[in-house]
Design a protein around this ligand. Structure first.
Ligand code: MN
Length: 322
């Protein structure tokens, strides 16, 4: 069955002249790199096809590559490929029903069926890992530029091979990638990890404001005033959330930042034990079992998720005898 999926996807790609590739809203390096990497590997293999990677561009991650501004094709004859996105409402820039056919490739836990052919592996570290796996099982032709993008996506989503989704398979695929392409991978870390001084100062502020409950839930509520003071935006807090792992007293943690532009509060939640995504989805959010997010109307709503996450930490401590 599993061997088949590579073939099935490759056949569809081969069949269609016009292909559109999308990913989730709020682009991150894995979503963008898988999208741009897949586009480029298809074009590198079939130079006569029209392949577009669309969606809102991200200036923060522009080093990953350039998206297509226009998409001048008839969707009714085209194939849509949805990457790194578990549900329809999180797709950035396309409606599957407008396309002749659609494929989903994702590593998030299953939420809903949104396309004709779905390849979901929630044990995979990243969507870039799945794309790499697909490339090595088919006749898709990789080159150094594509390899760099996919490598960056894997490194970003695994937090430098630190997260538990990192597996033997991840290392095998990355090893094969390096053997095949000889890319200078350490040079890619500059783009991924360089930060401005103001960001580091904001990180220090977050650490100083971290509240930790008795049961080990850590959180910071960030107001617009805080963001202005440090000259950062709500998304900056999200970029820092993974750096708060490995704090002895904290099992799960969240940042809740006012987002004036969208008139709501952005919540980023992480865990190193308790499962959190079911709680995030109660608040119209979701994500991975240890890495989730949601948006809130106000800080009262934030207080109620904090309460629930704290209770989850309590249960976790009882179960694990901590
Ligand atoms: Mn991802």
């Amino acid at each position: 069955m599993k061997k088949n999926i590579y073939k099935k996807i490759y056949k569809k790609i081969k069949k269609y002249h016009d292909i559109v590739i999308v990913r989730h809203v709020g682009a991150d390096p894995d979503a963008l790199a898988s999208q741009i990497g897949l586009r480029d590997v298809i074009l590198n293999t079939f130079s006569n096809k029209n392949v577009y990677a669309v969606g809102l561009p991200s200036s923060k991650f522009k080093y990953v590559g350039v998206l297509d501004k226009t998409c001048d094709i008839n969707y009714k004859n085209a194939l849509l490929i949805i990457l790194d996105t578990p549900d329809k409402k999180r797709i950035d820039g396309a409606d599957p029903s407008m396309f002749k056919e659609s494929i989903k490739i994702d590593h998030h836990p299953f939420v809903e069926k949104i396309s004709d052919l779905e390849w979901i592996d929630d044990t995979a570290s990243s969507t870039c890992q799945l794309i790499l796996d697909l490339i090595f099982h088919t006749s898709l032709q990789i080159n150094d530029e594509i390899a760099k993008k996919l490598y960056m996506g894997i490194v970003a989503d695994t937090n430098r091979f630190l997260f538990r989704y990192t597996s033997e398979k991840t290392f095998t695929l990355v090893s094969k990638l390096l053997q095949k392409t000889h890319i200078d991978f350490p040079s890619l870390y500059d783009n991924l990890y360089m930060r401005s001084l103001k960001e580091i100062k904001f990180q220090g502020y977050l650490l100083s404001k971290l509240e930790v409950t008795e049961n080990g839930f850590g959180y910071v509520k960030i107001t617009e005033e805080d963001l202005q003071k440090y000259d950062v935006d709500a998304g900056t807090a999200g970029n820092m959330i993974d750096r708060f792992n490995y704090i002895d007293e904290v099992y799960a943690w969240g940042f809740f930042a006012e987002d004036v532009k969208h008139e709501n509060i952005r919540g980023y939640i992480r865990s190193r034990g308790p499962i959190i995504n079911d709680i995030a989805s109660e608040f119209h959010g979701g994500g991975h079992i240890y890495a989730s997010g949601a948006r809130f109307h106000d800080f009262d709503e934030v207080d109620s998720i904090i309460e629930k996450l704290d209770a989850r930490c309590h249960t976790y401590c009882l179960e694990k005898d901590l």
